[in-house]
Write a protein that binds this ligand. Structure first.
Ligand SMILES: [Zn+2]
Length: 351
């Protein structure tokens, strides 16, 4: 029975097909950024901050996306500081309720930035590679394994300090370009290593966010580099930028990213129009109001709205708040499944 086959698509195939703009049996529930929460940490006894640097704990916590939550993907890189730590940035690794952050300043100019020859052998990067290898072994035939390599703009925040770097973009634009050119090599290196370890696709967060950086800045500093990264990293890529980004989506669309993980501050239908189906939109369930403070019904409602608007890759808009209730997170894949288990035509929503 054709219908039955369509409804038994493997999660991995569903994610990759949706990301390629191909037909899927139902929208994929996907986590391009972290969905680790305190309750998931407690369930499998794999907690922050140890889970950021211990491959076994990282693996155990990451696989809960599939085993406990029911997403179609697993993504083990919970923080945004792994490769910055490997570069030598000072990191406060936080605790169970707080994310790691880079503190201090590693460089004042491009010439200060050196990518160590053993950057992929440092504990913070090696742990990610070991975890992806193990996740691929455990789940890789069935579930999409997503890696994460930070873009040069975010790396520059960590290396220079966010405020310093943003000032540089005004005072020393050439120095900014030189710095991004150095840092993008780490994006490629870490991305390729994760592909070699078994990642099916990569999230590439590069926080040129709406409130910090204008659309013109995106075009001036990042569009060309992002285009180059899409050419050089040989797997499907999802760009992640938080905040209001509709004003830069036409530039993002032209880079070659397979997907763009976008924030609920953006209108879904308008965003889809801008993307013209050349780059798939991924997201954009609201974190603070809906997933963190809202009810299961509110999550269901928002998932249905997103699907009705035309999204085929559904998930939280950004890294999930660590105190998010598990039932709200579970409501994302549950709603998709509930709405697509009857014998309706695939893709027709709630029926
Ligand atoms: Zn974000």
């Amino acid at each position: 029975m054709n219908q039955l086959n369509e409804h038994t698509m493997r999660p991995r195939d569903r994610v990759l097909a949706a990301l390629a703009g191909k037909r899927v049996d139902r929208p994929a529930a996907i986590c391009p950024t972290s969905i680790a929460t305190v309750s998931l940490m407690e369930r499998v006894d794999a907690r922050f901050p140890a889970a950021h640097r211990d491959a076994e704990l990282m693996t155990r916590l990451a696989e809960t996306a599939w085993t406990e939550v029911g997403f179609d993907s697993i993504m083990p890189v919970f923080s945004v500081v792994q490769e910055s730590a490997a570069l030598g940035c000072t990191v406060d690794w936080g605790d169970q309720a707080n994310w790691p952050t880079c503190t201090g300043q590693l460089a004042t100019a491009a010439r200060d930035i050196r990518i160590p020859a053993d950057v992929l052998a440092r504990p913070e990067t090696r742990c990610v590679l070991d975890s992806i290898r193990e996740l691929k072994r455990r789940w890789g035939d069935h579930v999409a394994i997503i890696g994460k390599t930070m873009g040069p703009w975010t790396l520059a925040y960590h290396v220079f300090g966010t405020q310093n770097f943003l000032l540089m973009t005004i005072d020393e634009p050439d120095e900014v370009k030189r710095s991004l050119d150095v840092l993008k090599e780490l994006t490629v290196l870490f991305g390729q290593a994760q592909i070699d370890a078994g990642a099916d696709l990569l999230t590439l967060p590069d926080h040129a966010t709406g409130d910090l950086v204008s659309a013109d800045y995106y075009r001036e500093f990042l569009q060309e580099i992002h285009t180059e990264l899409c050419e050089r990293i040989p797997c499907p890529l999802i760009l992640h930028i938080c905040g209001a980004t509709e004003d830069r989506m036409r530039y993002i669309r032209d880079t070659g990213f397979d997907g763009f993980h976008f924030d609920s501050k953006n209108d879904i239908r308008r965003s889809l129009e801008i993307m013209q189906d050349r780059c798939r939109l991924v997201g954009n369930i609201n974190n603070p109001q809906t997933l963190y403070r809202g009810s299961v019904d509110q999550v269901r409602q928002e998932v249905r709205t997103a699907i009705a608007a035309g999204l085929t890759l559904i998930g939280p808009e950004c890294a999930l708040p660590l105190a998010c209730p598990l039932e709200n997170l579970r409501a994302i894949p549950e709603t998709i499944q509930l709405d697509h288990t009857s014998d309706q035509t695939p893709g027709t929503g709630t029926g």
